[in-house]
Ligand binder design. Sequence first.
Ligand SMILES: [Fe+2]
Length: 321
Amino acid sequence: MSRSPVTAHPLVRTAGGLAAAGAAALAWSLVEARWYTLREARVPVLPAGQAPLRVLHVSDLHLTPGQRRKVDWVRDLATLDPHLVVDTGDNWAHTGAMPALLRALEPLLALPGAFVLGSNDYLAPQPKNPARYLLPDARRAPARPPVELPWRELVGRLTSAGWRDLSNRRDVLEVDGRRLSLVGTDDAHLDQDRFPAAGGPDDVRGAGRTAPGVDLHVGVTHAPYRRVLDAMHADGVDLTIAGHTHGGQLAVPLWGALTTNCDLDTRRAKGLHGWPGARPDRPGGGGSSWLHVSAGLGTSPYAPVRFACRPEATLLTLVPA
Ligand SMILES: [Fe+2]
């Protein structure tokens, strides 16, 4: 007696196909999370006649001990010879990450720089359901008492190297013969942002859009909440630089990010845009300032995946408007 070949029910075949596709996507997302890339953008923002100014933007390293490949990749960024380094926070993700972070940043700390901190600079990450990340604003009470990271020592290390701490502060910096006025906030994701008044107690060097001799007014923040971007724009910044979003971290090919982990729209989850409206350059966004959001270089150690959203640093070449 001959037997007919065994064939699976169509539903079983479909389920099997979906499981295989899911496993392949997960495997790829683990690889992509380590596939660092340098993105470059030209920003026409300088006064007429000035030479280009190179600004290296690094963000969201979420460094843990042992991530040697990431450390070496970040060290190599110094070979771009930027005039200024801007670090928008979430540098680490482990209580023992200080040596690795200082090694990663060592060549960059020899350059002029400015920084703000993010929530992950203050507190060690906790396990969480990655699906929560896809909610519009994933803040919630921690499951366990948070563990504080040695952020005061980190601030001391960065400032002693000459980098300017812009957490709710203003500052001025001379780079390549240009005078930059800087304004920054502490992390809005933790509701620690207090926009510093021009001429106020945190304006130690008299910074501001209208300060004497200013060539460029730059805003720096970790999480690009709308209230911070509005305050930066009202302050007259030419360019705001931010991180935090991870570019959505898990994006849909040909569609983009599903979340920004803050109240910024997903269309501006990463890249160069205008605030409050469109730019490159200005269709419908007359009067807007520039906004650059980095997708960052890392992930939470509890969700070490990226999909259609490579980890990145950015070289912004500022040129005359
Ligand atoms: Fe981050």
